[in-house]
Design a protein. Structure first.
Length: 395
């Protein structure tokens, strides 16, 4: 709460009139100064009374792809006993003020308004809280308060449909890839019988020994396990336009397309970042892709270049070492930018641990020179990557 420019000027004038009238004996000036001081005091008391408002906020939807419409709806209700007037309200959406009209709210009444959320760029957009400014009728004093909770709208990368899906290191015995992880003929473990299990799967010898019906649990070992490694180093995406790296946005679109294609086929997929700093691994993959940003690991590691294009203290080397030891899948897809071309050979060295290794160079102006090694897909944007991906005949 504070005085406005008008209120400050009136307070200064009132003090001058009071001092002049008192000093030189002009009662008229003293009365004018006292009236001005009383008006400022009344304005402060009026603005100090906070209105009782409740704000209900709905984002429809709260998760969209780039360019899709999203709308924020606000319902403001007066829960007090008096009518609230002289209110100015604005919401904050992605760091920008959005005016919210508040008319004379009667007790127990509410007003509803909405506005479109900008979804032109990928990211996590904070929205709110609603800031309500109460002014006195003369505009001498203003008090701003926050009402209601804040919300978040996540703008996911565009998803381009992919037809082809890696078939994994193994093949199912009937010549196709089974989309169900259980129910094949490969024995995995024994478990207790539940209603609905087939009696032919009962393991009678173990059941007789333990005194309970035990059934064989079989799994399909031919399911491909896809690992998507997104290069989020700023050195891999050197070109910027308006503060955004087009190659990195294209890489995020490619990663989102791969994740969605795997989900639609009921295939396990793992999304990893080259630099996992500030990565919320517990969030869904598309939410992580909405929040991921370029990082500069050079400020956190040793100075100077290392091997190949890894000029950031070896963060890529550490990630590749972890992938070699953990082996979370059998198909590795590395998505990088023009600055990561020198690291193609280092990723290709993982072919001993991953039977299928593919490298996507997004934002590429030309073909990436490479010897015999992983499959390299050069694409200008996400659409070109989807076309190049579907054109691959051998994983």
């Amino acid at each position: 709460m504070g005085l406005t420019t008008r209120g400050t000027g009136l307070l200064v004038a009132a003090a001058a009139l009071l001092g002049t009238g008192w000093r030189f004996g002009y009662p008229e000036l003293t009365v004018l100064g006292a009236a001005g001081a009383v008006a400022v005091g009344q304005a402060v008391l009026g603005a100090a009374r906070s209105p009782r408002l409740t704000v209900h906020r709905v984002a429809d939807p709260d998760r969209v792809a780039v360019g899709e419409p999203a709308r924020m709806t606000l319902a403001v209700r007066n829960t007090g006993r008096l009518r609230v007037t002289s209110l100015l309200a604005e919401d904050r959406c992605a760091g920008r003020p959005v005016p919210v009209p508040l008319l004379r709210l009667r007790p127990g009444r509410d007003t509803t308004c909405g506005y479109d959320v900008p979804t032109r760029r990928r990211g996590v957009l904070p929205v709110g809280p609603l800031r309500v400014t109460r002014r006195d009728p003369l505009g001498l004093c203003a008090a701003t308060r926050a009402y209601g909770p804040a919300a978040v709208v996540r703008v996911h990368p565009r998803v381009h449909p992919l037809v082809a899906v890696p078939t994994g290191a193994g093949r199912s015995l009937d010549g196709r890839v089974d989309g169900v992880p259980h129910g094949s003929i490969t024995f995995d473990s024994l478990r207790e019988y539940v209603v609905g299990d087939e009696l032919r799967r009962v393991h009678w010898r173990t059941s007789a020994r333990v005194g309970e019906l035990m059934v064989r649990e079989n799994v399909d070992t031919s399911l491909p396990r896809i690992v998507v490694l997104l290069d989020n180093r700023s050195a891999a995406h050197p070109d910027r336009v308006g503060g955004a790296a087009g190659s990195f946005e294209a890489a995020c679109e490619a990663a989102a397309s791969l994740v969605v294609a795997a989900f639609r086929q009921d295939l396990p997929v793992v999304l990893l970042l080259v630099d996992p700093a500030d990565d919320r691994t517990a969030d869904p993959p598309l939410d992580r892709l909405a929040a991921v940003t370029l990082t500069d690991p050079s400020g956190r590691g040793p100075d100077g270049p290392t091997v190949g294009g890894d000029r950031d203290g070896g963060v890529l080397g550490s990630t590749l070492t972890g992938l070699r030891g953990d082996r979370p899948g059998d198909t590795l897809v590395f998505l990088t930018g023009p600055g990561g071309r020198d690291d193609v050979g280092r990723v290709g060295a993982l072919r001993g641990a991953y039977p299928s290794v593919l490298v996507g160079v997004l934002g590429a102006a030309g073909p990436t020179p490479s010897a015999a090694g992983p499959v390299v897909l050069d694409a200008v944007d996400g659409v070109a990557f989807a076309a190049a991906w579907d054109a691959v005949r051998r994983w």
